[in-house]
Design a protein around this ligand. Structure first.
Ligand code: AMP
Length: 249
């Protein structure tokens, strides 16, 4: 069984991003970029399936600039077998990503596509769902646990206040949530081995997809600054403030 794992190159989650002065977007100049954290979880899950003998090949796909090859290398160092880099400059919206992935699925015929639940740069939470819809496949989103059973998969999903278990027929799309697993660090020998694994280079045109954005960002702003707190001298004063100022009691 082949598993396809889309991996996006995003600003590292530890970096505090700044909005550009003209509010047209975020300033990405000289920022550390990494694999989207939910995609690391997706790669880890695919590698575990391979280790259990359930997956035979893992293909990592990234759609983005030439440097997205580094993101694919990280996936290869974690245990993916080969990569596909679909080179584009500029922002690619989830629908275009899903269309490109659909064409790759048609070529590669994976039984399972594991995407992250959301990319931490655009916070769209759309690509996996759109891909499942375009393919006419079932989907298990926000996955907390995966069990493969012949031609179907049992997926435990994180929902508000609890878990929901669904069964989907394969082929299917699954999107990862935070608690599905803890991704491994690539070992040095595996980083060296990854350098020899193949990465095919493509363009959106190779898949008949026009990646021109359909949305125009009108404005990006920083979150409102929080007001400073106050120190109270007694419990009575605290209760008074909660009752009469905050209005929460
Ligand atoms: P989004 O819908 O943008 O929040 O992204 C959800 C997931 O789709 C990500 O976690 C990735 O697995 C995948 N994805 C989105 N954009 C890309 C991209 N440019 N290249 C590869 N995978 C992507």
């Amino acid at each position: 069984m082949k598993v396809l794992v889309p991996v996006k190159r995003v600003v590292d989650f530890n970096v505090k991003v700044r909005v550009k002065a003209d509010q047209t977007g975020v300033d990405f100049a000289n920022l550390k970029m990494s694999m989207n954290p939910f995609d690391e979880i997706a790669v880890e899950e695919a590698v575990r399936l391979k280790e259990k003998g359930k997956a035979t090949e893992i293909i990592a796909v990234s759609i983005g600039p030439a440097q997205a090859a580094e993101t694919i290398r990280t996936a290869l160092a974690m245990g993916a077998d080969r990569g596909i880099l679909v080179k584009t400059d500029g922002e690619v919206e989830p629908l275009a990503v899903a269309k490109i992935l659909k064409a790759i699925v048609a070529e590669e015929q994976p039984q399972l596509v594991i995407t992250g639940k959301q990319a931490i740069d655009d916070d769209s939470n759309q690509t996996g769902q759109m891909l499942a819809a375009l393919l006419g496949w079932g989907q298990g989103t926000f996955a907390h646990k995966l069990e493969l059973d012949g031609n179907s998969a049992k997926i435990e999903r994180e929902i508000d206040g609890g878990l929901q278990t669904v069964e989907v027929k394969l082929p299917a799309v699954m999107t990862t949530d935070l608690r599905l697993n803890e991704p491994r660090y690539a070992s040095l020998p595996n980083i060296m081995k990854a350098k020899k694994k193949p990465i095919a280079e493509k363009t959106p045109a190779d898949y008949g997809v026009d990646p021109t954005p359909r949305l125009k960002v009108l404005k990006v702003s920083e979150p409102a600054k929080r007001a400073a707190g106050v120190k109270v001298k007694s419990v009575a004063e605290l209760l008074d403030k909660l009752k009469n100022e905050a209005g929460v009691l």
